[in-house]
Design a binder for this molecule. Sequence first.
Ligand SMILES: [Zn+2]
Ligand SMILES: [Zn+2]
Length: 141
Amino acid sequence: MNRTAQHLVSHNIKPSAQRIAIMKYLMEHPTHPSVDKIYCDLLPDMPTLSRTTVYNTLRVLEENDALITLNIDSKNVRYDGNVMPHAHFMCRSCGKIYDTALPEGILKEIPGMETFQIDAIKLYYKGLCQECQEKENNNKE
Ligand SMILES: [Zn+2]
Ligand SMILES: [Zn+2]
């Protein structure tokens, strides 16, 4: 069994060909794509694929914690095949979403949170990425 199929099975998901293709795409593209992006990129190799199938498959994957969804982009839900805890930064100029580490001790140092069991943390930063800062600076000169 390949790595993608193993990932699905470990999340109690039956590894159908479509599920494997979509999960594999997410694992190979850590760019946090939208449904449309995934659909458009997979379509040439899977001509019978429909947008609804992609959407429904992503939902099954999400419900079983095989992926995480991001609401960092107000226009589209974005999908992430990296289920290890991490934070995200979205650039307001180019729209790219970057992975960042969670601040150390984030689980321990929030007063009043000690008694809760935390299953997920969604931490979003927004601003300008380095590339776009450089572009802005160049325009000013
Ligand atoms: Zn940028
Ligand atoms: Zn991520």
